[in-house]
Design a protein around this ligand. Structure first.
Ligand SMILES: [Zn+2]
Ligand SMILES: [Zn+2]
Length: 427
């Protein structure tokens, strides 16, 4: 990007007087909320609920937001029981800045992805932004979206996007905890799920095997073709495969076999190339055996494209707050790659987005997300304090957009260039 794009946001740690007053305003607002956010954070952590069944979290979060002055809350939004929207409107035309609130936990692992901390950070950010709107007479509005079911194949954000809920929203901000990185420029992978079925013809395996068409053979040829393909894939590609139906009995030629592949790639365009290659492996199994093949592709999440202009604001606030934690946030445009996928990726293809990574103090085993160790680490007060810091930096990012004339245009121009680059990659 051009150097000019950084005119409105300082790259170093010296803050202009406006930003300095926002830093201290946001800091004290969030510190004032600490006593009420801590029990909410703990309640969500101690009552883990699975994707789209976040009933208790939905109730706790919407009642909390309804108790906050000036917020208009819609529970069970868009026909989803656990989705919700809260709006704080200044009444003056200006940008609409939004924060996504995740709530779901994992089967048998509780809040091992730390979504309670995401909820805390986004709530703190939304409330501090509203307070700055009020105190400084800023234009525009702040929105919070309760986005259920991130740990699924068709997450709440994808459904809310399809329902048009983000229609007049200008930017979307969120964060995710881990133990490794503090970063505002986070890239995640795109993923898709490919289900494959082979339909053959049954025959007695001893008497008349030549009358059969072996669907399991087709699946094994396909599996081996996928294994062979792996040598020629890119380092960022991931192909996982499982056999879900390996035939009926050993003394028959198998009439039916099935498997599933989960593929990941660094971008939506690379994912579609990989999908074609894996599908060709499936067809090879059919060609070799004469079985019929059926492939069902379910698109998972898009890769996350972080907005550099917003990330520069986030980094500026992160560094300006007291008690800077380790590890240091990268400066400049250094990207942080995370191999996981999120439906915030789909949001980033619809509008400028930041999905900040933040490191919480690890558990005794230094477990990463989706481990028991991380589940415990996500419930600690030290992790909660980190989430509050993230909330402050997210609020600062939103406040910059509301308070700096012309910044939203810079943000959108950057997004336009990013989307063009993604499209060019595809063609
Ligand atoms: Zn997760
Ligand atoms: Zn997660």
């Amino acid at each position: 990007m051009d150097e000019d794009d950084f005119v409105l946001v300082s790259r170093d740690e010296s803050l202009d007087p406006n930003s300095r007053s926002y830093v201290s305003g946001i800091d004290s607002t969030v510190e004032g909320l600490r006593a009420s956010l801590w029990p909410l954070n703990t309640f969500i952590h101690e009552n883990p609920e699975l994707a789209f069944k976040e009933y208790e979290a939905h109730k706790a979060l919407t009642s909390f937001m309804a108790s906050q002055k000036g917020w208009d809350v819609t529970p069970s939004a868009c026909g989803m029981e656990t989705a919700w929207v809260a709006v704080y409107d200044s009444g003056r035309a200006g940008p609409a800045v939004s924060f996504n609130v995740e709530m779901d936990a994992l089967p048998n692992l509780g809040h091992a992805c730390g979504h309670n901390l995401i909820a805390t950070a986004s709530l703190a950010a939304g409330l501090a932004t509203a307070e700055m709107i009020k105190q400084h007479g800023l234009p525009g509005k702040a929105l919070l979206f309760g986005t259920p079911g991130e740990e699924g194949i068709r997450g709440g954000k994808v459904r809310l996007l399809e329902a048009g809920v983000y229609g007049d929203v200008d930017i979307s901000l969120i964060s995710h905890p881990g133990i490794l990185n503090n970063s505002a420029l986070v890239r995640t992978t795109a993923f898709a799920r490919l289900e494959v079925e082979f339909i053959g013809r049954a025959a007695h395996a001893a008497n008349s095997p030549w009358l059969g068409i072996n669907a399991l053979d087709a699946l094994i040829v396909a599996y081996n073709a996928v294994s062979v393909l792996r040598q020629q894939t890119m380092p960022s590609d991931v192909i996982g495969m499982a056999i879900t139906n390996g035939g009926a009995a050993a003394n028959v030629i198998h009439a039916y076999a099935a498997g599933v592949c989960v593929i990941r790639a660094s971008s939506v365009s690379r994912l579609s190339e990989l999908q074609q290659k894996v599908s060709a492996c499936f067809r090879a199994g059919a060609e070799a055996t004469g079985a019929k093949v059926e492939i069902k592709a379910t698109q998972g999440y898009a890769d996350h494209v972080p907005n550099r202009v917003l990330a520069a604001s986030y980094t500026k606030y992160w560094k300006s707050l007291p008690d800077l934690p380790d590890p240091p946030i990268p400066s400049g445009e250094q990207l942080t790659w995370v191999k996981a996928s999120t439906d915030q990726g789909n949001v980033s293809y619809a509008m400028p987005s930041v999905n900040a990574s933040f490191a919480i103090p690890p558990g005794p085993l230094c477990g990463q997300p989706h481990s028991r160790d991380f589940e415990e680490a996500s419930g600690t007060e030290a992790a909660f304090v980190r989430a509050l810091r993230v909330g402050k930096a997210l609020a600062g990012t939103a406040v910059d957009v509301l308070a700096t004339p012309g910044l939203i245009d810079k943000v959108k121009e950057q997004w336009g260039r990013d989307m063009q680059a993604a499209k060019d990659q595809q063609s």
